[in-house]
Design a protein around this ligand. Structure first.
Ligand SMILES: [Zn+2]
Length: 170
């Protein structure tokens, strides 16, 4: 059976502060009653996240920390340069595959944009349909109904950092 995931990825947390920052955000979610402590299952005010009082199959929240490629198999849009906003339609895989390996090994990699020539850090590239993120912290809601857009926005404000909403089925 496939399962669905909805992950609000923190794009700015670092390897050093991801765990502490994740704990701050979870403390807010627990304090608001949206998830329970300690297992982070749906809490008394879960409807703020989904609009449904019942868990409806949701397994609640899992906090993902450490160097992670957040990836949606269904939302595979092309990379988009954050400077010139040109989408790289053809041939990007050849440039990105070695950069992804390097990032995985070292936490650093760059891919020059063929449209504007700027050297762009791998994690700074945007992806059409938000299908990919290279980051150190994610708030992963597994299974259950779609998160309410206003909840995703609110959680983004609590996270403070820039976020990306990666979702799909695995
Ligand atoms: Zn560019």
């Amino acid at each position: 059976m496939s399962s669905s995931f909805q992950t609000i990825v923190d794009l700015d947390a670092t390897a050093e502060d991801a765990v502490a920052h994740g704990e701050r955000v979870v403390a807010w979610l627990v304090g608001e009653g949206i998830v329970e402590s300690p297992d982070h299952g749906p809490g008394a005010r879960w409807e703020r996240a989904t609009g449904f009082r019942e868990a409806s199959g949701s397994e609640g929240l899992t906090v993902v920390t450490g160097r992670t490629v957040f990836f949606s198999p269904q939302h595979g849009g092309p990379p988009v340069c954050p400077y010139c906003e040109v989408a790289w339609r053809d041939g990007h895989r050849e440039a990105f595959s070695p950069a992804m390996e390097e990032w995985w090994d070292t936490g650093r990699a760059e891919v020059p944009c063929p449209a504007c020539g700027r050297v762009v850090p791998l994690a700074a590239w945007e992806w059409a349909e938000d299908g990919l993120a290279f980051a150190y912290l994610g708030f992963d809601f597994r299974n259950g109904p779609a998160l309410l857009p206003e909840f995703v926005t609110e959680l983004g404000r609590v996270i403070v950092h820039r976020t990306r909403f990666v979702r799909g089925r695995i």
